[in-house]
Design a binder for this molecule. Structure first.
Ligand SMILES: N[C@H](CCC[C@H](N)C(=O)O)C(=O)O
Length: 287
């Protein structure tokens, strides 16, 4: 494919957390994007606009169906993105005609299954709870970080292959995430920065499932309508604190995800996928 050729893209989202998806298997250019190019594509004014840019690549070996590269809107490459993993899994299942696939990410191999039309379940792997795995820059109890900014304090740190700090509050709608997000994302205790969640515990359902209202300030993307790994991290944090059963509905700005922290410590996330539109990327955005 010549450098002047346009490149097909698919605009997808998971509960409004949106992605530009490029296929690096048909054209190598998306496999070598520098951060400035990612920012140009993600720019909602001059580019296409997205929270994350996702590149589908050939898997390293036959243990996976596809490999997935994840870039935040600020150009940073990260290891995990739950909503995008559902979208890529849906594409891979549609392509292969199978109702289960394996996605290779920097956070590991993730098993995904169809749960019906445009509904996908992904085993997001084990929650990492040790300070070294978050990572944090000091040996602290991840269940209670001695950290506070504005009205927020005493978060739980969890990694789903990416770092999260979960703050439990009376009313998550009352928190001005834009005011506190940047300082928390860049707090020195997080050497790789962090995704920031504020969560309120709601009454459990008759079926005994938890219900948690959660909003997110994402590392490298800011406030997004939903965060799959953030929902996983929030459920694990709430269960560790004894605030929720290990299975709950996570109610995000963009909709609801069903999350379960399994006995083997893996976290199962189930939620919708959607394609907004497809198009051709201007080659100027790639070079
Ligand atoms: N929205 C994504 C999370 C992206 C996390 C990314 N912002 C990071 O830096 O880890 C999700 O659905 O899980």
């Amino acid at each position: 494919m010549s450098d002047s050729a346009t490149l097909p893209f698919r605009k997808m989202h998971g509960l409004g957390n949106d992605f530009v998806v490029l296929d690096g298997r048909i054209d190598p250019r998306p496999l070598a994007l520098d951060p400035a190019r990612v920012r140009a594509i993600a720019d909602r004014r001059a580019g296409i606009g997205c929270d994350q840019l996702i590149v589908i690549a050939t898997p390293s070996d036959n243990t996976a169906d596809v490999r997935m590269l994840i870039f935040n809107a600020d150009g940073s490459e990260v290891a995990a993105c739950g909503n995008a993993t559902r979208c890529v899994a849906w594409l891979a299942m549609t392509e292969s005609g199978r109702d289960s696939v394996v996605i290779e990410t920097r956070a590991g191999l993730l098993d995904a299954e169809s749960r019906g039309t445009s509904l996908v379940a992904v085993d997001m792997g084990a929650a990492r709870l040790d300070w070294r795995e978050i990572p944090l820059n000091e040996a602290v109890d991840t269940l209670h970080l001695g950290l506070s900014v504005g009205p927020l304090s005493d978060p739980v740190a969890v990694s789903m292959g990416n770092p999260h700090a979960v703050f439990f509050v009376e009313d998550s709608e009352a928190i001005d995430l834009a005011a506190v997000g940047p300082d928390l994302e860049h707090h020195p205790i997080f050497p790789e920065r962090a995704n920031i969640e504020v969560a309120s515990i709601l009454p459990t359902t008759e079926a005994g499932r938890g219900r948690i209202r959660m909003r997110v300030w994402e590392r490298g993307a800011g406030i997004t309508p939903a965060c799959g790994t953030g929902a996983c991290a929030t459920l694990v944090a709430a269960a560790r604190r004894g605030l929720s059963p290990r299975r709950a509905e996570l109610i995000l700005d963009g909709g609801t995800l069903e999350i379960e922290w399994l006995p083997d410590d893996h976290v199962l996330m189930t939620g919708p996928v959607a394609t907004s539109f497809t198009g051709l990327l201007d080659p100027a955005l790639l070079s």
